[in-house]
Design a protein around this ligand. Sequence first.
Ligand code: DAH
Length: 344
Amino acid sequence: MSELQTQLDKLRSAFDRDLEKAQNDKALDNVRVRFLGRSGEVTLLRRGIGQLPPEERPSAGKVINEAVEAMEAVLQQAQAALEMRAFESRLAEKIDVTMPGPPAAIGSIHPNRRIIQDICRFFQNHGFAVVLGPEIEPEYYNFDALNIPADHPAREGFDSFFLTDNLLLRPHTSPMQIRTMQQHRPPIAVVVPGRCYRRDAVDARHLFQFTQIEGLLVGEDVHMGHLKGMLTGMCRELFGRDQQVRFRPSFFPFTEPSAEVDTTCPLCRGNGGECRMCGGSGWIELGGSGMVHPNVLRNMDFDPDVYSGWAFGFGVERMALVRYDIDDIRRLYENDPNFLYQLA
Ligand code: DAH
């Protein structure tokens, strides 16, 4: 019995010595494992109980348990003291609140947004208003009022995401021509930027959600020369001072005549050759345009003998690809800061 006590005393002084040297959490834990752990010193002692005469075993167990409790209590105190010291040293830390912090990352205007802003500013400087319209439209605005009757094959290309029998995500911004003409008599001069939707398979040049900017001018004696002049000015604003614009005959039900609009390829400056941007033609297609169809004017109760107008609808992402020499349209929607900062 007294032999056990001697062993315990020895153990305890070894424990105290180790504990004194333990100055951090890890060292404390090592002490705990060494003495109180599952295969620690105390466990070894406990094993010895089996060799004692049976009547001595209970009291031997008791003595060991008491010693263990005492050591655990001391360990806990040591732990608390360590924490306190760490806390106090943090309190004593001196912080220079006047030291400049790391600079905050400031976002940049998205390439699409920049194109929209530049085009809108150009047209606003020429007296146009910027208007926005709903992205969900009934068939009437998407098609019928734009001279695309229900059985017209031109609907096919615009056949997009129907939400009900009658409502769909707009496939183009042209419905806003109708909404504007319903609300205002000529002269009308608006541009309409906005999101559009079509069931196109996504690849380097196509998205099912994209952005268009629409233009509409209606008044007396409005002719295609005005259209070409405005679009040339717009392209010079976006791509450079020497831009040219050309019209290629085309068809849209809501314009007559209709034209596809091309502008000088900004990469090869119209020289073509091996240019990867324009495929060697020297021209980049921007979108559709034309003189507002007399039927559309009539639908709005505007007398086509008095009023005429032109309209255009261009793809904004398309212009961003060309303006910033981007190889894949999907990059515009990946929100990769490394990409966006390059264009900031
Ligand atoms: N809405 C047509 C489209 O998305 C583009 C267009 C063509 C718009 C001629 C117009 C226009 O305003 O006059 O393909």
